[in-house]
Design a protein around this ligand. Structure first.
Ligand code: BGC
Length: 701
């Protein structure tokens, strides 16, 4: 076994029978360097310098002088929000200290757009839909757009992205996150942070192991160190350290005992000591904190939205000696450093309505919705050709269905429903809305589009919205609609809406095509129509596993107040139990065909390349995925996991060399002495879904 500090002794790597030098590791990092997050002896000043957009020495000089001049009350005031209720702009402001010239944090929710309390804003597709694009480039653009729209009302901290592992699709906030896989979450979450921080500070959330709504304030998630570090934390490292998020939100749930917002394990050991995160840790709202001492001792910097265990309680604890003044100084130092590094300004911010709802933002919302739709089944029905007569039916055909009514809710001035999109984009097709029991009209059409699925009544945030789902199936009403339409019409396409996996067993064989449309945002109807009509190719790939039935997944316990997690969920769980998914993680059909040539491994930087050709007659997107793991499987670890992916657009006949960048450190395991890359035999699978492996390559480490 090799410790993280000296794992580079393993180099050179040997793969596919040849000896190849690998100097350093992927993403250009020295394996022993602080920002790997997987090495002991982290250089916290080096991490802080890389993280701070300003000159850290100058910032720290100002911080030292300012901290010195502050009274205890002024320091404590920096450590909580001011208002339990958002102000007229929908913002939660912190304290602006004019005496010490310290600007305020001004926060707003926004995983899919500026929060509805701030007035009309662009509603983008939800996070899970954006996860289905597998496009960090698009995600960065979405984040930049959302950041501009929150900045329009003076916000300087965006409470997003949500990057919790989708452990089970009944989680009410499945729609808010990007999916079930930590690597994929880290790529998308990191892209969001970089895009958002062009204008404001980002706040990835909820740190950590937050994946149940109904018991979210109280549940204690018990988890072993290896699963925590290997499955539930890597994407936070990507977003906070690699992408440089300024702040992070601690979760409501407890982790191995204490609340996450008071967790020495998460906030002290992981965040500060192992990762050297220089930014600010903020509590989730109201119910995240329990004790003054616990929060201060663990390193919670700011309690939101109002002081409960901080404020007067913190001043008293300082006075009676139960909290060390040093802890408050450390927290305030981090707060001031973050404010100065990221250039926060004093004074009431300008309101700039022109930054919202621009044509560019609306076009982007539509483009992302187009790229997110996942074609799950297509028996030669799609695209619906020009000249066809199309009947549109189903409970959600003409419903403005853009997702959760909780903290991620957005208020767009209008929403294009699927029916409106199909009607307006008709382009030579005859399109009519038809009642689900109008047998004659349904039978007479060339194609029937049935729009069904979930709404904010079925899933969402706990307490303030619908909470966790009660089942993975469609409602009986929706199933009956599909079946009755299919009884009179042979060309049926089902458009599913929702924020997670929906099981399809009761009706899949009855229909010719299924398109997963998610909650596609305010231009969603236009986007889905363009996919159905073939104006743009279906491009999405599932960022989650759709099981045959719920019992194929690990239990979802949103009742008990203690739950046990391990490293198995989604595709990792199905692979262990030898169960096929109905639609595996990474799956999505195209309306063209691709040929993937034999892969080649490159050592420096570590990568796999394939030659990809579009062999069909339509354009399309393919997403090459590389999964890997040791040949010798351990009982407590998944056999393999996603290590990298690359999506490519090709015209008919076009060929492209596709290179998937990999990081050898992603094969490290977390043990009692830290991260280790174990020498030995590994397998890399080149695939187009977690279950569709095209080539396997041996890799010796
Ligand atoms: C949610 C957070 C949100 C916060 C502020 C909490 O209930 O869990 O995601 O950012 O409220 O609205």
């Amino acid at each position: 076994m090799v410790s993280a500090l000296d794992w580079h002794r393993l180099l050179p790597l040997v793969f596919v029978g040849s000896l190849v030098e690998l100097s350093g590791c992927a993403r250009g990092k020295d394996p022993g360097a602080a920002d790997s997050g997987r090495a002991a002896g982290v250089d916290s000043e080096a991490v802080a310098r890389a993280w701070c957009p300003a000159d850290l020495a100058e910032v720290d000089a100002w911080v030292a002088v300012t901290l010195d001049a502050m009274t205890t009350s002024e320091k404590v005031a920096q450590m909580s929000g001011l208002n339990g209720i958002a102000n007229e702009y929908g913002r939660y402001d912190g304290v602006e200290d004019t005496r010490n010239q310290i600007p305020a944090f001004r926060m707003m929710d926004g995983p899919r757009g500026a929060h509805r309390a701030s007035g009309p804003a662009t509603a983008f597709p939800v996070g899970i839909a954006r996860g289905a694009t597998w496009s960090p480039l698009l995600e960065e653009q979405v984040a930049t757009a959302i950041a501009r729209e929150v900045k329009a009302v003076g916000v300087n901290v965006l409470l997003a992205p949500t990057i919790n592992v989708l452990r089970h699709p009944r989680w009410g906030r499945s729609q808010e996150t990007y999916g079930e896989d930590p690597h994929h979450l880290g790529v998308l979450g990191g892209a969001f942070v970089q895009g958002a921080q062009a204008h404001v500070l980002a706040q990835p959330k909820h740190f950590a192991v937050n994946s149940i709504e109904d018991t979210r304030f109280d549940v204690d998630v018990r988890i072993d160190d290896a699963s925590l570090h290997e499955v539930y934390l890597p994407h936070f490292h990507d977003a906070l350290i690699d992408a440089g998020a300024a702040t992070v939100m601690a979760a409501y749930n407890h982790v191995n005992g204490p609340p996450a917002a008071e967790s020495p394990q998460l906030l002290t050991d992981v965040l500060r000591e192992q990762w050297a995160f220089p930014g600010v840790v903020v509590s989730d709202w109201i119910f995240a904190t329990e004790t003054t001492h616990g929060a201060a001792e663990a390193g919670l910097d700011i309690e939101m939205p109002v002081p409960k265990v901080y404020g007067d309680a913190l001043e008293e604890a300082l006075a009676d000696g139960t909290v060390e003044p040093q802890l408050v100084d450390d927290a305030v130092r981090r707060i001031l450093r973050t404010k100065a590094c990221f250039g926060l300004e004093l004074g009431e911010p300008a309101v700039q309505p022109e930054l919202r709802l621009t044509d560019a933002h609306l076009d982007l919302a539509q483009q992302v919705a187009e790229r997110s739709a996942v074609l799950l089944k297509n028996d030669d029905l799609l695209p619906i050709l020009s000249g066809a007569s199309v009947a549109v039916t189903g409970r959600l055909a003409d419903v403005e269905n853009i997702g959760d009514g909780g903290s991620s809710a957005v208020l767009p001035p209008d929403v294009v429903t699927v029916w409106e999109g199909l009607r307006d984009e008709a382009d030579g097709r005859t399109v009519g809305q038809v009642a689900a029991d109008d047998v004659t009209a349904l039978a007479a059409a060339d194609v029937v589009v049935v729009v069904v699925g979930l709404t904010e009544e079925d899933e969402g945030e706990g307490l303030i919205a619908a909470g966790d789902r009660t089942s993975l199936t469609l409602s009986d009403e929706d199933i009956a609609t599909i079946q009755s339409v299919a009884a009179v019409q042979s060309d049926v396409v089902v458009v599913l809406m929702g924020g997670g996996a929906i099981t399809v067993e009761a009706w899949l064989d009855d229909v010719e095509a299924v398109l997963m449309g998610w909650y596609p945002g305010m231009r969603g109807g236009t986007a889905l129509a363009r996919v159905l009509y073939g104006a743009v190719p279906p491009a999405g790939r599932l960022p989650l596993t759709v099981p045959v039935q719920e019992s194929d997944l690990p239990d979802f316990d949103n009742v008990d107040l203690t739950v046990q997690y391990d490293g198995f969920h989604g595709y990792r769980h199905l692979e262990r139990t030898g169960t096929a998914a109905r639609f595996p993680f990474g799956f999505g059909l195209s309306t063209t065909t691709f040929e993937v040539g034999a892969p080649r491994l490159t050592a420096e930087p570590l990568s796999v390349s394939v030659s990809l050709v579009n062999t069909g007659v339509r354009s399309g997107y393919e997403t090459i995925q590389v999964y890997g793991g040791p040949v010798e499987v351990e009982a407590t670890r998944a056999r393999r996991k996603l290590l990298g992916f690359q999506q490519v657009y090709l015209e008919p006949g076009e060929r492209e060399e596709v290179t998937v960048a990999l990081d050898a450190l992603d094969l490290a395991v977390y043990e009692s002495d830290g991260w280790n890359v174990r020498p030995g035999a590994y397998t890399l699978d080149v695939a187009v879904s977690a279950e569709a492996v095209l080539y396997s390559l041996p890799l010796e480490l």
